[in-house]
Design a protein around this ligand. Structure first.
Ligand SMILES: *Cc1c(COP(=O)(O)O)cnc(C)c1O
Length: 465
């Protein structure tokens, strides 16, 4: 095995793991995040050779370097092909030019119309395969503010040996988002509408993990964005976009939990030439403040029209800190524990300098987001969703040369209310989303109570065996 297929924790206290172990575990046992012991390296000619290649073949080239011998090459290949077979655009992640040297990288052509499908469709299949090899069953519990839940259900619904519980805050997600989850026909999918907020839902999930006896009895696992396999799968479109453009680009990324933009950083560490990685946030601007002021400090959550980015603490930032400290796990562990106590971390000069060498960061508020949706619609006829618009709004600040690639993370029909506010026009509803209206919904309403949640999960699991 190469170092690229061995994984270590950012906090330095976990045994090395392989790709399948990292996939099944999510979080490292010392509380850190898994990163490869060394980044794999692709040569310039390998990367330029990706121009015109099938997206699935590029994905195999990248993922196989991390997978080592944890999966047979033929299995990995067939899971990647199956993952993208249902995408509505053959290019999987097509580039669309909207102005001179300015492009949308469309990542929403999967089954749930947001970019989470690109990684979760692969992750679900590999997860089932790894679980079968290891033996046993898994219970996945996820809290969602909308997009992650539907993508997880689309990826894991109907798979053997896996039960999926998704908690959403009752009444706080859009109708489309709710129906995407509650109309799943699969018996292993359990939707819980929680009487509480997204933060309450997340706290309950954390509470379940903290009940270690119960957690190990049910094989509790998470598939949230700290899972390294998601990062690896998301790095692929940075390669395909750059190869198609033929030169180093600026990537402008609507950022919440820092997973998508760190995938770009990962691509750079694998040898991809990148001009700038631009962190675009809404009013939840912890990342913009960290980069610009040098202080990573939690604020209070603002509810915005780009709700999938209404996050204060960007979990994957730990990976960027580990790299920016020149892989100093001792410092990273101490920094994260300071942050957990003080909710604030002053970035040392070396770390800040290394971060600024790669990343820039800009924040936009809802008014700027709405104005950007309108500006682009007026200029091009193209309708973008509010998350994409947060990124498009940041383009004006860029001074570096090279093409500007805006990551377009959701289909506008998923957020039609905000879009209609911007352009007085509802985006056309794709037939699969319109059809959800006619399907029966399946969900249980639970109060915000850890014992009741535990009881609910136990009774569903008892009925399953
Ligand atoms: C999850 C999500 C984001 C943020 O991605 P991170 O990896 O959490 O930074 C942006 N846009 C949409 C539509 C999303 O669903």
């Amino acid at each position: 095995m190469t170092d690229a297929s061995h994984f270590i924790s950012t906090r330095g206290q976990a045994p090395r793991a392989n790709f399948a172990e990292v996939l099944l575990a999510g979080l490292a046992p010392d509380g850190g995040l898994y990163v490869p012991a060394a980044w794999p390296h692709l040569s310039e000619s390998q990367i330029s050779g990706f121009a015109g290649a099938r997206y699935q073949d590029v994905a195999f080239e990248i993922l196989s370097r991390f997978a080592g011998n944890a999966f047979a090459a033929a299995d990995l290949k067939s899971d990647i092909d199956a993952a993208y077979a249902g995408f509505s655009d053959r290019a999987i992640a097509p580039l669309r030019e909207i102005a001179k040297d300015e492009y949308l990288l469309e990542l929403f052509h999967g089954p749930t119309f947001a970019f989470k499908d690109i990684a979760l469709q692969i992750l679900g299949r590999l997860f089932a395969r790894a679980l079968q090899a290891r033996g046993g069953k898994a219970t996945i519990v996820a809290a969602t503010s909308g997009d992650t839940g539907s993508a997880a259900i689309a990826a894991l619904g109907g798979l053997p040996n896996i039960q999926v519980f998704v908690l959403h805050p009752r009444g706080r997600i859009s109708d489309v988002q709710r129906r995407q989850m509650t109309t799943s026909p699969h018996a292993n999918v359990h939707n819980i509408a929680l009487e509480g907020s997204f933060d309450d839902a997340q706290a309950l999930v954390k509470g379940l993990f903290a009940e270690t006896a119960f957690a190990s009895e049910i094989g509790l696992t998470a598939v949230n964005s700290i899972n390294f396999v998601r990062i690896a799968a998301q790095s692929v479109y940075y390669f395909t976009a750059t190869a198609a453009l033929g030169r180093a680009a600026n990537f402008i990324v609507p950022t919440g939990n820092f997973g998508d933009i760190f995938a770009g950083d990962a691509a750079g560490r694998m040898g991809l030439g990148i001009e700038r990685l631009v962190i675009a946030t809404n009013q939840n601007d912890i990342m913009a403040r960290a980069l610009n002021d040098g202080v990573y400090a939690e604020g209070s959550v603002h509810h915005t029209i780009s709700p999938s980015m209404d996050i204060q603490v960007a979990s994957n930032f730990e990976r960027a800190l580990f790299e920016a400290s020149n892989r100093d796990a001792g410092w990273t562990a101490a920094a994260m524990s300071d942050f957990a106590r003080m909710r604030k971390l002053v970035l040392p000069p070396l770390v800040l300098e290394n971060l600024r060498a790669r990343y820039s960061a800009f924040a936009s508020d809802d008014a700027q987001t709405l104005a950007t949706i309108k500006r682009i619609h007026d200029a091009t006829g193209q309708i973008i969703d509010p998350h994409t618009a947060v990124a498009a709004a940041a383009v004006a600040h860029l001074t570096t040369p090279g093409p500007k690639v805006i990551l377009s993370t959701a289909h506008p029909a998923k957020f039609s209310d905000a879009v209609a506010r911007a352009i007085s026009l509802a985006p056309p509803m794709p037939p699969p989303l319109a059809a959800l209206d006619k399907l029966p919904e399946k969900l249980d309403i639970l109060p915000n109570s850890l014992p009741l949640l535990r009881q609910f999960i136990s009774s569903r699991l008892a009925a399953w065996t």
